[in-house]
Design a protein around this ligand. Structure first.
Ligand code: PEP
Length: 256
């Protein structure tokens, strides 16, 4: 059991979606969050071209902002890449790393993810490290083996007091409308919690472990009530303020 319950984090991953006109959705989320008391921490990770604009537009809001990837180096001849230091310079607080779409679509390995996690910590960003099994691995009972391997390979040996977040995202649940049973999620999150506590002590006991994969306003309350689920990483349902606010409001105890 964790010694203290981490604050709930609701994170939106816009992926490669959005134009400047869609910044109005972020404004609506910000206004909705402003109207709540004792709500969760809310994070929006828009695509890179909107990140600085969103941060500047919402500098007085309660929202936090993050990126969807970074390079492991600080500067250099890496055309098309962006460093963790550059994201910090924009005012980003978080960066999503090792999302399955990058692991699969860009052949990112655990060791590359680990190098990026180190870069994020070096730059003062909070990495959100994604892990999750394929449908085939789930069917063959290989979920624990796959996630253990990803945790071992993607997390640096030493993280000290640096804050980091883990997102458990079964690949077969992303964007499909499929969701594991509460027991499946509870088992995986308990396993992750155990590994983090063993490796990182108190830091691991209080690390937020998010669930991601087809989280919607209609299932958020149930999913977020599962033990060791300390928040959600939301894809599709983070694009529209009404949907994202529905998820956020499932975690609000009082309206201001
Ligand atoms: C994601 O891609 O991180 C995700 C969880 O997507 P969705 O919520 O659309 O399943």
């Amino acid at each position: 059991m964790p010694k203290s319950t981490p604050k709930t984090l609701i994170a939106g991953n816009w992926k490669m979606n959005g134009r400047r006109e869609n910044l109005s959705e972020i404004k609506s989320v910000s206004e909705g969050v402003q109207a709540t008391k004792q709500g969760p921490e809310v994070l929006v990770c828009p695509p890179a071209h909107l990140l600085g604009l969103a941060i500047d537009a919402e500098k007085d809001s309660q929202l936090h902002f993050g990126a969807q990837d970074c390079h492991a180096e600080e500067d250099g001849a890496y055309t098309g890449d962006i460093s963790a230091e550059m994201l910090a310079d924009l005012g980003a607080k978080y960066v999503i790393l090792g999302h399955s779409e990058r692991r699969q679509g860009h052949n990112e390995t655990d060791s590359q993810v680990r190098a990026k996690v180190k870069a994020a910590v070096r730059a003062g960003l909070i990495p959100i490290i994604c892990v999750g099994e394929t449908a085939g691995e789930q069917t063959r009972g290989r979920t624990v083996a796959r996630i253990s391997r990803q945790l071992n390979g993607s997390l640096p040996e030493v993280l000290g007091e640096a804050r980091f977040v883990i997102a458990y995202e079964p690949i077969w649940a992303i964007g499909t409308g499929l969701v594991p049973t509460p027991k499946q999620i509870a088992d995986v999150h308990a396993m992750i919690r155990g590994r983090l506590s063993d490796r990182f002590g108190t830091n691991g006991e209080t690390t937020q472990i998010l669930y991601g994969g087809s989280v919607k306003p209609g299932n958020a309350a149930e999913l977020l009530a599962i033990e060791n689920v300390n928040g959600a990483l939301v894809g599709g349902a983070s694009l529209k303020a009404t949907d994202f606010l529905g998820i956020i409001q499932s975690q609000v105890s009082e309206v201001a």
